[in-house]
Write a protein that binds this ligand. Structure first.
Ligand code: CU
Length: 211
C-alpha cells in the first residue's frame, strides 16, 4: 500500500467521522422537537377524550345547581386547549403530520368539542335542554369508550388491549342507542350527537393491524 492510499484512507475516515458527529449534533439540538414530531396522536386524543368526559359531567352538575359544574367546565376548556394548541401539536404540524387523516379527525373533534363546551357554559338550571341528563350520560360513555380504544391502540398489554378495545366499542354502541331519544333533535342534542359521532368514528387503524 503506498503512502497516497494511506493518506486517502485516513482522510476518508476522518471525513466520515466528522459527518457522523455533525449529524449527531443536529439530532440532539432538535431532539425535543423531533420527539414531538414523531409522537403518536393517541396521547393528545386521550386528553381530548378526557376533556369531553369532564364536560359531560360538568354540564350535568351545573344543571343540578352545583358550583363544581362550572369548575369542571373550566378545567375541561384548559384540557382541550392543552391538547389542541400545546407545543406537541405545534411540533407535529411542523414535522409534517398536519395533513394526516388522524390529525384532521382530531381537529374536527376538537372544534366540535369547543362548540359544545360554549353551549354548556351558558346552560341555565331553570332552562335545561330536552333530554339533557341522558345526553350527558351518553356523551360521557362515548368519551370513555373512545379512551379505552385509544389506550388499547397504544399496544402496551396484548390480551388486555383486545378486551379494552371490545369494551370501548360496546360502550360506544350503547351510548349511541341511549342518545336516540325519539324526539327531533334540538340544537343542543345535535351538537352533542356531532361530538359523539366523531368520538365513535376515530381515524386510527383497527387493533389487529397494529401487531
Ligand atoms: Cu393538529
Amino acid at each position: 500500500m503506498n503512502i497516497l492510499t494511506i493518506i486517502l484512507a485516513v482522510t476518508l475516515c476522518f471525513g466520515l467521522l466528522s459527518c457522523d458527529r455533525n449529524a449527531d449534533l443536529q439530532h440532539s439540538g432538535n431532539s425535543m422537537e423531533n420527539t414531538h414530531a414523531a409522537m403518536p396522536m393517541q396521547p393528545l386524543t386521550m386528553l381530548l377524550e378526557h376533556g369531553i368526559s369532564m364536560m359531560a359531567q360538568g354540564a350535568e352538575l351545573k344543571l343540578q345547581g352545583s358550583p363544581h359544574g362550572d369548575v369542571m367546565l373550566a378545567q375541561s376548556a384548559d384540557m382541550l386547549r392543552r391538547a389542541m394548541s400545546g407545543s406537541e401539536m405545534t411540533a407535529m404540524h411542523k414535522g409534517g403530520q398536519g395533513q394526516s387523516p388522524a390529525m384532521q379527525h382530531t381537529h374536527d373533534l376538537g372544534a366540535a368539542a369547543f362548540d359544545l363546551l360554549d353551549m354548556m357554559m351558558s346552560l341555565q338550571m331553570d332552562k335545561p335542554p330536552k333530554n339533557a341528563d341522558i345526553l350527558h350520560h351518553a356523551l360521557n360513555m362515548a368519551a370513555q369508550g373512545a379512551s379505552l380504544k385509544s389506550l388499547a391502540i397504544m399496544g402496551m398489554s396484548h390480551d388486555i388491549d383486545v378486551f379494552m378495545q371490545q369494551h370501548g366499542m360496546q360502550m360506544q354502541q350503547e351510548s349511541l342507542a341511549l342518545s336516540k331519544t325519539g324526539t327531533a333533535p334540538d340544537v343542543y342534542q345535535a351538537t352533542v350527537l356531532k361530538v359523539m359521532g366523531l368520538l365513535v368514528s376515530d381515524a386510527s387503524e383497527p387493533l389487529q393491524h397494529m401487531h
